[in-house]
Design a protein around this ligand. Sequence first.
Ligand code: UDP
Length: 456
Amino acid sequence: MTTPDTYRRATRGAALSMPSLRRIAVITVHTSPLAQPGTGDAGGMNVYVLQTAKELAARGVEVEIFTRATSSADPASVTAAEGVVVRNIVAGPFEGLGKTDLPSQMCPFTAAVLREEANHAPGYYDLVHSHYWLSGQVGWLARDRWSVPLVHTAHTLAAVKNASLADGDTPEPLARRAGEQQVADEADRLVVNTADERTALQHYYGADPAKIDVVAPGADLAVYHPASKHAARAALGFGANETVVTFVGRIQPLKAPDVLVRAVAEILRREPGLSLRLVIVGGHSGTAEQSYSLVRLAHQAGIADRVTFLPPQPSAQLADVYRASDLVAVPSYSESFGLVAVEAQACGTPVIAADVGGLGVAVNDGVTGTLVNGHAPGLWAQTISELIHDHDRRARYAAAAPDHASNFSWSHTADGLLRSYDRALSRTALSPVLAGADRLRSRVTDLALRRQRNNR
Ligand code: UDP
């Protein structure tokens, strides 16, 4: 168990006023941090939760992550790393329940979280950190019950998504918008990826800027770093002289992989002799039809033989895909940050990205990559073509990319989270008598209920 002193030492002398952080409950209802990212609902948030949990545990803060079991084979709990436990909560059927069905399962899920805490001595968790609005609803109840602060990270916001939908994309429902509003109002602190996201929270949700902390996410720099491009290409079977442009992410309209298929088709129409390959890494998110229609699009555009589809890759293999690429393209309509852009740059690969959301922070425009203003395939064809032919510019971008990416490490992210937790704990500490009384009242009620149950 970490003592207050080791915690202070472990946080490297950051100005922490509250020495009481020993264990946090992290809530991520709709997707497990142990799921393979790049398909279904698993993406950047899963990576974020697992990587920050490991960093916090390495600093002596125990992390218990609550997620919903999605298979009968899921054990009740898994130790993901020293000090990091993932609890698989049974709430609703294991399979066949989509993200939009989950509000119906919030009650059993929350009950299981509260019961887990009740198995321990009072004050077992010092803080709750929820990810995505559904988890925020659970965290809100846990916070009130346990009298500990609630820190919330939205990851994406319905209002922002709805303001920049792709063609054919379904708007986020009012229920989500309303749920996000409640969590934004209730949370003690709100963690966002960028200053733009802070502005969006203020603008759309009227959030108090004084309780928002901007904490940039990171990349695992031990996995994503430059290494031999030649070896990576050989491992993946890409030609040594091919120009490779790569998309990595969940296949969904919001990520706009279709823009790349159309853009590459246009480039090849203009320069049929060009040895150009488009690599698309990831699985479908939403309906399988979205993946099939992308394959169909490549056939219709006559470039099926120039497009390679790869299933979701574990991080070590993904690092090789980045290294083997001349350009990584992120054409999303909306992106709260864009971990893929940072990971690619960490591997020494330039990025071409849509100038939306956090991508303007993740990519240093004109230094490590190029930001594109819009999603017209013609514009993307033009920009990709210029980069392909300008070897010097690409080499300059590639050389500068790892240095820019080094600004984003999970260690920095954990430092930022600890500062946010410290502010949250300090605020709660302003009313310690009240908090203590609440906790005592909860315990007395618990004991009375248990006694009644036992006497029945
Ligand atoms: N990812 C992965 N394997 C894949 C595709 C994606 O591990 O085949 C990971 C990728 O490394 C990144 C995350 O999924 O860390 C995607 O995060 P990003 O912020 O780019 O997009 P999000 O999924 O959050 O929309």
